[in-house]
Design a protein around this ligand. Structure first.
Ligand SMILES: [Zn+2]
Length: 104
């Protein structure tokens, strides 16, 4: 089964990115959402506002709008994200720490 649906913006959350629900068997099991530039793909059809806010921080980071990632292009951002994850793991990755700090 393949499904691709636009997710409505919560009224209390100004969004820079476009959020979609992607229902597809290939979606990684432990992953709730994937941010690709301005596009956020969600596993859940109705993600929580907290999760959408968290992914929005990654969107802003992708666009150089947060402190730790000024003017990086998307490829540099993902290379840096991956390197952080390899060195420190998912939770201690600086981009994840930043997203958790700013999502609320
Ligand atoms: Zn994250």
């Amino acid at each position: 089964m393949f499904g691709f649906t636009r997710i409505k913006k919560p009224t209390n959350l100004p969004l820079l990115g476009r959020h979609y629900h992607l229902s597809w068997w290939i979606f990684p099991k432990k992953t709730a959402a994937i941010t690709l530039g301005s596009v956020v793909l969600h596993r859940d059809r109705y993600p929580t506002t907290d999760l959408m806010a968290h992914e929005e921080v990654h969107v802003m980071s992708n666009h150089g709008r947060t402190k730790i990632s000024p003017e990086k292009n998307m490829i540099q951002w993902y290379a840096s994200y991956l390197w952080e994850t390899i060195r420190k793991g998912y939770r201690d990755n600086k981009y994840e720490k930043e997203a958790r700090r700013l999502e609320k």
